[in-house]
Design a protein around this ligand. Structure first.
Ligand code: DGL
Length: 270
């Protein structure tokens, strides 16, 4: 009955953690494509090829449903993967929609026309590839009107997190927030549009100021996954083992994961 969670590296563990808290009995197969991280500086073709290969590998673990806990893959590769057609009974979902539903105060599957919402000025922090895709603005436009989005591509942050260099990661976050504020001095809300960034949520919040509402995906995705599985119990795959797989150096990735989640995480080679 396993579900798969995919990220280029450690960021998706923020989603894994929230899903595990929300659905503690659900076996999860976590896959980190550490050998190819970061995805955020790759071109669309590359992100699609790598994401597709990872999803196919996760299916081999007795998984039918894979969550792309990676905004870059969700923004750049998900639509193409779905359009290419999936094997019968297999499903791939991204992490954008739950976040945008929360921001636009919508319930799951509310397809009514776009309308005005309370938040008017939104700062989006994401990888260069996610920002370039404009997927966030596109999905938002289906649901809300009159929202001004200023996007900041946060180069270097994912590499610093993957390298375990928290000091560099924090310094980069502060400088990206400064850069954003030069373009949009008073955002009402900020979206952490990369699953690595909630690991630094406090730094974002402090640099933005307490009056800015910071949206991060982990708990929103966990809640919508719980809801999805209630409505689609058939999407629980045959696998019954929780595993952490990495295409990189499994021992090293496990150490970093343990450091970030502050609990023992053991990875195996993918
Ligand atoms: N954590 C991912 C995301 O949400 C990937 C970042 C990367 O590999 O650059 O975009």
């Amino acid at each position: 009955m396993a579900v798969g969670i995919f990220d280029s590296g450690l960021g998706g563990l923020t989603v894994w953690d929230a899903v595990h808290r929300r659905l503690p009995d659900l076996p999860l197969v976590y896959f980190a494509d550490s050998a190819h991280a970061p995805y955020g500086v790759r071109d669309g073709e590359d992100v699609h090829r790598l994401t597709r290969a990872a999803v196919e590998r996760i299916w081999e673990e007795g998984v039918d449903l894979v969550i792309l806990a990676c905004n870059t893959a969700s923004a750049v590769a998900l639509r193409r993967i779905q359009e290419e057609g999936l094997p019968p009974g297999k499903r791939v979902l991204g992490v954008f929609v739950p976040l945008i539903e929360a921001l636009t105060e919508r319930k799951w599957g509310d397809n009514s026309p776009p309308r005005e919402v309370a938040v008017k000025h939104v700062a989006l922090f994401a990888t260069p590839a996610t920002v370039a895709s404009r997927a966030f603005q596109r999905e938002l436009a289906f649901r809300a009107i009159g929202v001004d989005v200023e996007a900041q591509a946060c180069g270097g942050v994912v590499d610093a997190i993957e390298e375990g260099d928290e000091i560099l990661a924090e310094a980069l976050v502060r400088s990206h927030v400064e850069a954003l504020k030069r373009k949009m001095p008073h955002p009402q809300a900020a979206v952490l549009g990369c699953t690595h960034y909630p690991l630094l949520a406090d730094v974002f919040q402090e640099a933005l100021g307490r009056d800015v509402k910071v949206f991060s995906q982990a708990s929103l995705v966990a809640e919508s996954l719980a809801d999805y599985l209630r409505r689609h119990p058939d999407m629980l795959g045959a696998g019954d083992e929780s595993r952490f797989l990495s295409t990189g150096d499994a021992a090293r990735v496990g150490d970093r994961a343990t450091q970030f989640l502050r609990r023992k995480i053991t990875f195996q080679p993918a």
